[in-house]
Ligand binder design. Sequence first.
Ligand SMILES: C[S@@+](CC[C@H](N)C(=O)[O-])C[C@H]1O[C@@H](n2cnc3c(N)ncnc32)[C@H](O)[C@@H]1O
Length: 299
Amino acid sequence: MALSSNDFTFLANYVKNSTAIVLTPDKDYLVESRLNPVARRVGVASITELVAKLRTNPTINSEVGSMVAEAMTTNETYFFRDVKPFDVLKSELLPKVIERKGADRTLNIWSAACSSGQESYSIAMVIKEHFPALSSWRIRIIGTDISRAMVERTKEGIFSQIEINRGLPAPLLVKYFTKSGSEWKIKPDLTSMVDASVMNLAGNWPMLPRMDIVFLRNVLIYFDLQTKRSILEKVNRVLVPGGALLLGGSETTMNVSNDYDRITSGNTFYYKSKGGPQPATGPTQVARAPYVSPRGSAF
Ligand SMILES: C[S@@+](CC[C@H](N)C(=O)[O-])C[C@H]1O[C@@H](n2cnc3c(N)ncnc32)[C@H](O)[C@@H]1O
């Protein structure tokens, strides 16, 4: 049964308020295809009934609320997605960090909106494969996502054959994964490099460690301009001055934030933090609670 415009508006407002994801009326087919399975899981006969249930407690912390919010996220990802960000990580970004922080020997990389973890583990494999000098450094790859299910998957590091076939070179499969039934489990020396936790980019941020590099890829596309601007300003505060930001192929800081310079590197580019908020941008929210990694260490 098609959703009434009243129910669609309610849902779109709920999803915007809880995740910042913008649902325009032409996305009604998406809403229906994503929420029909949720309605079945909740045990109601239709999305209309699901919406009625959500109306009684429209918060992301409620069971139905979190199921609806998660269902509206798009978790598409794969290993070494788009290749170039990982090339620039190898050819320019990591060598620069090694040069700059040789005395400090710490490296923090954030995979914001990490989905099921392929991005975090691609970063870990670049480090392991090409930077043996970093083996004595304190390395933290922090994967965060609004979806609890995706964060759990990132922590587990178990991938189907189809996921493995998408972007992972065979030599890296042999080296870093073990077969587990019909699936592949990433080895502990890589899982130990990745800390995954739930975080809403559009909510109040926990206190994060200063990041040398931020992957914020293929997530800003779902947000409106104001949300993009606020997130980019907050990312700039989290980055060390001169730290690098990598966005998705169809995302840009242009006309959104003045906090970054666009740096060309080979046949690609990344964004470099100018350090501190720039005059034309507004104030940002400051961090609140300390970030506690799943292994219990507060940063
Ligand atoms: C298309 S995936 C991108 C995954 C990965 N970064 C990549 O480029 O392959 C987008 C991810 O953003 C997450 N997401 C959506 N809204 C979010 C929010 N408000 N805060 C944090 N993550 C969010 C989704 O759950 C999803 O896993």
